[in-house]
Design a protein around this ligand. Sequence first.
Ligand code: ADP
Ligand code: MG
Length: 339
Amino acid sequence: MSGLLLERVRVRAEGIEVITTRKLTKQYGDLIAVNNIDLDLAEGDVFGFIGPNGSGKTTTMRMIATLLNPTHGEAYVCGKSIYTDPAEIRRMVGYMPDFFGVYDDMTVIEYLEFFAATYRIDAHARRGICEEKLELVDMSFKRDAMVNQLSRGQTQRIGLARVLLHEPQVLLLDEPASGLDPRARIEIRTLLKRLGELKKTVVVSSHILPELADVCTRVGMIEKGHLIIDGNVEEVMRRARERLVLHVKVKAGRGSGEWSGETDAAATDRAAGLIEQSDLVESVTIDSGTILATLVNDVMDYTELPTILIERGFRIEMFREEDVNLETAFMHLTKGLVQ
Ligand code: ADP
Ligand code: MG
């Protein structure tokens, strides 16, 4: 497993690089909060930045947003350097911090118009743009509500509308789903998908592991400042597995051969025995009629197994890999990692 920690999985998305970091590092005294992070994100990427509290997510995002200087290393947004072009980067980036204050005594629309003015959006265009962003985050129905009377989920959505006002190409969203109820989380996920479809590049952080699996095109896992793995979701899951486990269900074959009249249970036992003889297989158990075959480490191609079963006349009712979710993937990948 330790080799995997060093092995970087990188499945490059087609398209233009929008965010690039090279050896991006932030040190506070003896603490290396962000340690030599290399990232390459393209247009339309929705990147789930996953790691426990204190692992360096906020620090990384603030450096990319030009709000914090690295100790060393590079970061570029659309080819612009955080050192030489911070003003241009701020125009291209919408950064939503994990906590942001909202102002009392303002309606939703007034709040957005206030920020539109600070972004120097033309006075004539302002109202229209604010209405459009409210629509995008499904909050038009609250346009005249007071901002301090919104639920946390609604506040997050208004926060998102606010960072979209200046049409940023890049969105850095720091834990937008934290503290939300399940329904509001789903709404945020729907919004993230929509942003990816609009060809934005989105970095969204979370310390809750499975939360982002189905909306992200890519995930990166960070622990103690190290980016342990990044790639597309399937790839990360696959790499994270210690060993593949296959779930197989067979039925007795039809016909009049040697095994005619065999029960399904007997066929299952016999199929399990056959599978166990394969060099690809480490161990086999049967659980409620399903054969669980654990493959030898690093075996990824197991096509010969169904072939053997079919040749022997079994009918295959199910043949699939065991699911691995982001949570187990993360646990596998971070096991034993010490800084
Ligand atoms: P995350 O967002 O993943 O929870 P952070 O990026 O906020 O993590 O923090 C990473 C590490 O850097 C933590 O150990 C945190 O305590 C430390 N840290 C963050 N900001 C500062 C600071 N201004 N001074 C000293 N240490 C800091
Ligand atoms: Mg944070």
